[in-house]
Design a protein around this ligand. Sequence first.
Ligand SMILES: Cc1cc2nc3c(=O)[nH]c(=O)nc-3n(C[C@H](O)[C@H](O)[C@H](O)COP(=O)(O)O)c2cc1C
Length: 175
Amino acid sequence: MKVLTLAGSNSANSINKQLAIYATSLIENAEADIIDINDYEMPIFSMEREAELGQPEQAKQFHQKIADADAIVISFAEYNGSYSAAFKNLFDWTSRIDPKVYQNKPMLLLATSPGPGGAASVLNTAVTSAPYFNGDVKASLSIPSFYDNFDVEQGKLSNAELNDKLQTAVALLTQ
Ligand SMILES: Cc1cc2nc3c(=O)[nH]c(=O)nc-3n(C[C@H](O)[C@H](O)[C@H](O)COP(=O)(O)O)c2cc1C
């Protein structure tokens, strides 16, 4: 099972990337395709830039990454209650190639933040909007207070209860 794994963040030390990678490591027989959205950076979308640039190679490549995957794991960073500009820009450009960005792929959607809210707001946005983009969301989970619940050194959740929830979510993705 080829699993496209990414964070909705362009931070070099993204906690969401750490969470997405850990979640993917729990999937049996997964072949992880871990991507960094920094590699798909484009100018901020505008109609004028689209007229000038057409469909940028980065957007085509991202769309192809999704096409090539059997399943997708995304963990979203929350900025002011919503997506990071980096993720939203990539999504917007990709949606101009294909409005059904997620291409019917089974998805596990995650989110985390250092605070107690656990980026639940952006996760809710992502989950409720996914069907419009042909995203087949099998499970979702927000992890609050990342640094209290995740062992950064070991790269795994240290909170047993949250780890059980993640295992359940992963099982739903692969069923
Ligand atoms: C501009 C900005 C806005 C933020 N807004 C929120 C927010 O609304 N909710 C939240 O839980 N954390 C918020 N944070 C904190 C992020 O959750 C934190 O920076 C986290 O590390 C981002 O995820 P990442 O490490 O995967 O990039 C914000 C951070 C920044 C820089």
